[in-house]
Design a protein around this ligand. Structure first.
Ligand code: HEM
Length: 318
């Protein structure tokens, strides 16, 4: 029993499967390449559990969670081990009309809580701990928009896996034993053209998404060679059945600058599943019938990370 327990603790994931909250932040950092900066970053990553505790305890409802993920460029210098099997830099996907761009990012902090105060307090502690060892390349504050809708006004997150399907879809297992308990993470920051979107009829919007707007009911798939909806393009099936991912998208906005967006974040046990979704969205299925959501949404970032098990992070302090 003791070895079984140790095995479990060894592979204990971060808080990948924690539920959505009213607020979230997506902080993307690059790490400076000198030895002192790498050592500092290793030290801060190793203290992740303590940093989280310092903030989480301040809220009685305990909604605060934080996941840290590491990009391919810094995996070897920071962690030292062979990288997770599928980990690589985000591959640009260039369709006839739209491109999924690839942008810099070595560390991702995905921070969730009911209220922004905890998130800001945590981020400040974190940035103080890092000192000048990192540069922040992006920091997006997401908020819950009405009944879990994105800024296109559709309920977002419905088809996410639940129960036992959730860890099955998101947490690496025996297929990559050194990295069991980890999860691949892909982020993309999308900016919407809301004026153009709102000029569309509701029925046209529903056909693009693949669900009804008011009641959030799934529409039938289009015939094989016709224009497919977003939900159909993002349904990946093969001989093993349907391959799901976990999405914790959040709306973000800066009305003064006319910015309205969706921060896409997908967790997966199999990176190729998200890559396949992006290919179907941007190149089209069949090409060139791309996801029409992209005619109203521009991807301005794209970065791939791996959120290792808690022990991998803690061991960086050794
Ligand atoms: C489904 C919005 C980007 C993967 C959906 C749904 C909405 C939505 C409203 C239907 C409800 C639901 O099941 O959640 C958006 C918006 C995006 C975006 C506004 C950015 C502009 C992406 C990207 C991916 C993705 C980049 C993957 C690479 C999925 C998946 C589903 C889905 C897997 C569920 C499909 C199913 O029914 O099984 N999305 N999405 N989405 N989306 Fe997205």
């Amino acid at each position: 029993p003791i070895t079984a327990l140790n095995h479990t603790l060894d592979n204990e994931p971060q808080q990948i499967t924690a539920p959505l909250t009213h607020s979230a932040a997506f902080l993307v950092l690059t790490v400076k390449d000198d030895a002192a900066s790498l050592a500092k970053v290793r030290e801060v990553l190793a203290s992740t559990d303590d940093l989280i505790k310092n903030t989480a305890i301040r809220e009685i409802e305990r909604t605060f969670t934080c996941n840290v993920a590491i990009g391919h460029r810094v995996w070897a210098p920071l962690v030292g081990s062979t990288p997770p099997r599928e980990l690589k830099p985000f591959q640009e996907v260039k369709g006839a009309t739209h491109t999924a761009v690839s942008t810099p990012g070595d560390l991702l902090y995905h921070i969730r809580a009911r209220t922004m105060d905890l998130i800001v307090a945590f981020e400040r502690n974190l940035m103080m701990a890092f000192g000048d060892a990192v540069d922040a390349v992006d920091d997006v504050a997401g908020f819950r928009y009405f009944d879990g809708r994105d800024l296109l006004d559709f309920v977002d997150g419905t088809a996410n896996p639940e129960g036992l399907s959730l860890p099955e879809a998101t947490i690496v297992g025996d297929e990559d034993p050194d990295h069991a308990g980890g999860s691949y993470v892909v982020v993309q920051k999308y900016l919407h053209n809301l004026d153009a979107w709102r000029a569309q009829k509701t029925e046209a919007q529903e056909a693009i998404i693949g669900r009804t707007k008011h009641d959030n009911i799934e529409l039938d798939d289009a015939p094989a060679d016709a224009q497919k909806s977003h939900k159909t393009l993002c349904t990946i099936e093969d001989g093993d059945g349907e391959h799901e991912i976990l999405r914790d998208n959040m709306p973000f906005a800066n009305p003064g600058r006319g910015e309205y967006g969706t921060y896409f974040i997908g967790y997966t046990r199999r990176l190729w599943v998200i890559e396949k979704m992006l290919e179907r969205m941007f190149i089209g299925n069949p090409a060139p019938l791309h996801d029409r959501i992209l005619d109203f949404s521009t991807a301005t970032t794209g970065v791939t990370f791996f959120a290792p098990s808690r022990k991998v992070l803690a061991d960086l302090g050794d």
